[in-house]
Design a protein around this ligand. Structure first.
Ligand code: F0G
Length: 451
């Protein structure tokens, strides 16, 4: 590794180590906390020695017209801010990133917000935001000569890892909670050839077991405790800033599960600001499901100094996590940007997901917590009508088709969960109807739906 350019710094005790010295579980040998990639050269580059912001912005945009694989990746086109490899020839890419930023016009009108956008990370090659982190960390695994990579997952990380490992010719091991992940994601891990173990435990149990395994065998851990994952996942922050011509939006809202993504986006915006590419950071808010809300509880109870693990329950299986690894990093991002952390109910998630679907975009349930959270923040007066808000949609709607179908059939939620929002739900439901193959019945169905 090119240790002249980067090192790892423990977020707990501040210990600094070389990249290659990290333990297999990426925990600090002194205090057990996680590491963050840092670039010592940057802090020395103050005043006139700063990178030429104008030249970088021009170069990154120009690369979008280049035919080179590295340039076509929405991660590696920002490679000046990702000096984590010795040799960019090690990069494993599926042309991730460069995802669309859509306007959410109907939701904006309903919430009386001028500028509301969705950064759709579900439009990545394997259908989730994990690809931006996977290209970074898996490239490091390849450069360091590993034959096996592994992750514990609620589904998306495993789908992404399996694909990138297959591209690189590496073997991959997936540990998933039995019966608790969406079929679309499970099918991807199989399709891309991972060794997939369904374990009778939850995500937190899978990650605990994998930590033991990587300490016993030469396997490269690709969960977001691996700090190189977060280096790739910081790049959507660059894309968002670029899309607003480097005037960052007022507010970015992210779902929270294991809390790597919020940490990574915060790091990305922080670096842009520190390097003088943007004038400020946006507020970053994290939304959790009410049944999987350890960070919300921790901020309420101890101001974010102590985690409050929970036994997690939510149909948004991607964020069914009770003991998130990166909670300290995420708490820091919320605090430094003045963001909020709150939770939303199963019914609020379901309604928000259907509304995002009705905008022609769609997303998986975990992504919809962002819109549900925005509604709450708006109702509390925390966000003004004049603010520019970006929701980060983390996964594609086809990842969890069962959830969508159950919602539209009316079988997703219990009566208790639906209480108070029955009408909203009925207005959004579009069930598929069985009927006779005649023009009259089809025209009658259209007529009924127009009412
Ligand atoms: N949204 C989706 C679609 C996810 O798959 C995840 C996490 C999150 C949000 C939360 O992101 O963990 O960085 O806070 N999925 C992981 C996985 C845990 O294994 O696929 P986070």
């Amino acid at each position: 590794m090119n240790d002249n350019l980067h090192q790892l710094r423990c977020i707990g005790c501040g210990a600094q180590i070389k990249g290659a010295e990290a333990r297999p579980d990426f925990r600090c040998a002194v205090c057990g906390e996680l590491f963050e990639v840092e670039f010592p050269g940057w802090s020395a580059r103050k005043g006139p020695d700063r990178p030429n912001a104008g030249a970088l912005k021009w170069l990154w945009r120009e690369r979008r017209c280049s035919a080179e694989g590295l340039d076509q990746s929405g991660v590696w086109r920002f490679r000046e801010l990702l000096p984590i490899l010795d040799n960019f020839g090690s990069v494993v890419t599926l042309r991730e990133g460069n995802t669309p930023l859509y306007r959410l016009t109907r939701a904006a009108r309903a919430l009386d917000i001028d500028q509301l956008y969705a950064k759709h990370q579900g439009m990545n090659p394997t259908g989730s935001f994990k690809d931006t982190g996977m290209t970074a960390a898996l490239s490091v695994a390849r450069e360091r000569g590993f034959e096996w990579v592994a992750c514990a997952s609620t589904g998306n990380t495993s789908a992404s890892m399996a694909a990138y490992a297959a591209r690189a010719g590496l073997r991959s091991l997936v540990l998933i909670p039995d019966g608790k992940i969406a079929w679309g994601k499970l099918s991807q891990a199989m399709d891309y050839g991972a060794v997939t173990c369904q374990l009778k435990t939850d995500f937190d149990g899978c990650l605990r077991l994998l930590t033991q395994i990587v300490n016993q065998a030469p396997i490269y851990l690709l969960n977001s405790v691996n700090p190189y994952r977060l280096e790739g996942q910081k790049t959507p922050a660059f894309e968002i800033a670029e899309a607003f011509d480097w005037n960052v939006p007022d507010h970015v809202i992210v779902p929270g599960g294991n809390l790597g993504n919020s940490s990574a986006l915060g790091k990305g915006f922080r670096e842009l600001h520190e390097l003088g590419l943007t004038a400020r950071m946006p507020r970053i808010s994290v939304i959790q499901a009410a049944g999987a809300n350890p960070l919300v509880r921790s901020l309420e109870k101890s101001g974010g100094t102590k985690l409050e693990p929970v036994e997690a329950h939510t149909r948004a299986t991607a964020i069914r996590i009770g003991n998130p690894a990166s909670w300290r990093k995420a708490a820091r991002v919320i605090e430094e940007t003045g963001g909020w952390c709150l939770d939303v109910t199963e019914a609020e998630i379901a309604v928000a997901k259907a509304e995002i679907g009705a905008e022609g975009l769609g997303c998986e349930p975990a992504s919809a917590v962002t819109l549900a959270g925005l509604k709450k923040l708006r109702a509390q007066g925390a966000i003004a009508a004049s603010e520019t808000v970006v929701l980060v949609l983390t996964g594609h709607t086809l990842k969890d088709a069962d959830y969508t179908i159950d919602f539209h059939r009316g079988t997703l939620l219990s009566d208790e969960e639906k209480a108070g929002v029955e009408q909203q739900i009925e207005a959004l439901r579009r069930d598929a109807v069985a009927m006779d193959p005649t023009a009259e019945t089809v025209l009658a169905a259209m007529e009924r739906s127009a009412r």
